[in-house]
Write a protein that binds this ligand. Structure first.
Ligand code: NAP
Length: 558
């Protein structure tokens, strides 16, 4: 199977060999803070900590900045929250300089943006690419983190910022025979840099989440035949993308403060936030008009900006689910295919809603087949293709759009040990527990932007906010002459319990997906758990800001 990134792997080996020779036997190189990851979280942390005068070193396994947006270069990869709500807000100048070409930018533009940002703020000199962190152990004696890279080089830092991202560790499906496939095989989150052509090929895509949907829309344009293997049907809604006109550009540039206020005061850091009315406050006609308007508008409004009760009240949820089902039936010509595309086991918005551009119309094309894996599961992958319980699909290429080992996967990929050598994996064996989603007891000076149980949604916004908060914590510690901080266990328990309670009020809590920590491709991950804070970004911010105001009372500080 060729799910590699080609040149990247070779480059990484070369860099590693040189640095091993230079540093293997010497003492660790010391910094004030070691940051893992050059996505939005790592970049934000580096900016803030450098401003505080900390000597920082950032390690990133990829060949450039962007995190998820570096690796997810699959065809059609693009934002589905508005570009100008997704970029950084820490600098008004930056916001006004960068002109997004589309309302929902594609991956190449996003990658250019991240490169622009790190050069604009001279961050590159503190960043080290193609450098994978293997181990991070708290050294009780030194009150610092000892960090070892995959090449054996060693570093030490008082602070460890694990900006590893909630959706970064790719997950291959657990299917017998997967290694035997003889054709081209790719995972969407490890797409190679070299061009991949679908022209004249029989392509299979496994997975119909946000990555699968975007991939399918592109592959269907040129593949000789595309077979989509769908396990759980998802509700999708139009993205409404388009170029940003000059007039819109001007408007966006002039609206920095307003847009910033909007994302920070919304439920999940998006430009859309729930309408405060109940679905039952309006007449049937008005409701239908409202749905129609949201469905045809740009972005996530139909999901994030709908009536306040669609995600908590089953009767309300039935109304919006029914609306989307009708849309699917209208858009897909073959009624049997339409029925397969309609979710039967969950309501609209209780799983992540992928936003699409002519996704449903793809199934009206003669070169596209939909295979319903609930009815006919895959039994085996063989060198020539995919065998289901009903038929054999001969393929030249197989694309795994099977998502991530979400939320905790990227932490597990590193051997992280806190006080007394306690392993983070062991602590989180029954699910993650944190205080405010950013720190965890027993792991001093260890910080996780957009970590488990943080308020997520528009993830760069969480990252940027969490980095600001970390800077406040460090500023406080500097002023008080402190060098050690970890959450009080009871504060962590309370936060984790609060996150659990909030989740139990949502219909999402009754549905399997990465939102509820379910990953069927991994042993022991079939029951639901709480992995995000769903009480709303504004409530989350209130709690974080109270901690700053009150001198971080929920922490053990030395
Ligand atoms: P995902 O939502 O977890 O979807 C994975 C898909 O693969 C699902 O359809 C899943 O089916 C299927 N699958 C997994 N294992 C399988 C198996 N063994 N056999 C058959 N099917 C299998 O992953 P994703 O699409 O990569 O998206 C993850 C998240 O990344 C999104 O929810 C979103 O937050 C983010 N994302 C954002 C953007 C954007 O901003 N535009 C784009 C892409 C992704 P089941 O549902 O049955 O498990």
């Amino acid at each position: 199977m060729t799910t590699s990134t080609g040149d990247e792997t070779i480059d990484m080996i070369e860099t590693q060999t040189t640095t091993i020779k230079q540093q293997q036997s010497s003492a660790p190189i010391e910094y004030d803070a070691i940051i893992i990851g050059a996505g939005a979280g790592g970049i934000s942390a580096l900016l803030h900590l450098r401003d505080l005068g900390l000597r920082c070193r950032l390690f990133e396994s990829g060949g450039g900045p962007g995190g998820a947006w570096y690796w997810n270069r699959y065809p059609g990869a693009r934002f589905d929250s508005e570009s100008y709500s997704y970029g950084f807000f820490f600098s008004k100048e930056l916001f006004q300089e960068w002109k997004w070409s589309e309302h929902f930018a594609g991956q190449p533009e996003t990658e250019r943006y991240f490169n622009y940002v790190i050069d604009r703020f001279d961050l590159r000199r503190d960043m080290q690419f193609k450098s994978r962190v293997d181990k991070a152990h708290f050294n009780d004696e030194k009150n610092a983190w000892d960090v070892t890279l995959a090449d054996g080089t060693r570093y030490r830092g008082r602070w460890l910022v694990a900006a590893v991202g909630p959706l970064t560790k790719p997950q291959l499906p657990k299917i017998d025979g997967i290694e035997s496939f003889a054709g081209e095989a790719y995972h969407t989150a490890r797409w190679p840099k070299h061009p991949v052509s679908f022209e004249g090929k029989r392509v299979g895509v496994i997975g119909t989440g946000a990555s699968g949907v975007q991939t399918i829309q592109e592959v269907a344009k040129s593949a000789a035949h595309l077979t989509v293997f769908q396990r759980t049907a998802n509700y999708m809604a139009p993205l409404g993308n388009g170029p940003v006109t000059d007039e819109e550009q001007e408007q966006i540039q002039a609206s920095f403060e307003e847009l910033k206020r909007k994302v920070n005061s919304s439920y999940a850091w998006f430009l859309h936030t729930p309408d405060q009315r109940s679905i039952f406050d309006v007449s049937d006609e008005e409701r239908e008009r409202f749905f129609e308007e949201k469905y045809n508008a740009r972005g996530m409004g139909i999901w994030q900006g709908n009536f306040r009760d669609i995600l908590t009240d089953r009767r309300a949820n039935d109304l919006i689910s029914d609306f989307i089902r009708r849309k699917i039936r209208e858009r897909v010509k073959d009624p049997e295919t339409a029925e397969k595309l309609i979710p039967k086991d969950h309501g609209f918005g209780t799983r992540r809603v992928p936003h699409e551009t002519n996704y449903y119309e793809v199934y009206n094309q003669p070169n596209v087949t939909l295979v319903d894996l609930k009815a006919t599961p895959i039994t085996r992958i063989v060198p020539q293709g995919v065998q289901t319980s009903e038929s054999f699909h001969e393929l030249d290429m197989l694309i795994y759009a099977t998502g991530f080992d979400a939320i905790t996967g990227a932490f597990e990929a590193i051997d992280i040990r806190g006080l007394g050598g306690q392993k983070l994996d062991d602590k989180w064996i029954d699910g993650p527990s944190t205080y405010l989603g950013v720190m965890t007891a027993g792991f001093p000076n260890f910080y996780m932007p957009a970590g488990p149980l943080s308020a997520q949604g528009n993830i760069p916004r969480t990252c940027e906010y969490n980095a600001w908060w970390l800077a406040e914590l460090i500023r406080y510690m500097q002023a008080e002459g402190l060098t050690y901080v970890e959450p009080k266990p009871e504060a962590e328990e309370e936060w984790t319990e609060h996150a659990r309670q909030v989740q139990s009020t949502l219909l999402t809590s009754e549905v399997d997906s990465w939102f509820t920590g379910v990953n069927r491709n991994r042993e022991g991950r079939t029951s639901r758990r709480v992995v995000q804070y769903r009480g709303g970004a504004f409530i989350y911010r209130e709690k974080c800001e109270a901690a700053v105001r009150n001198g971080f009372p929920e922490f053990i500080k030395k």
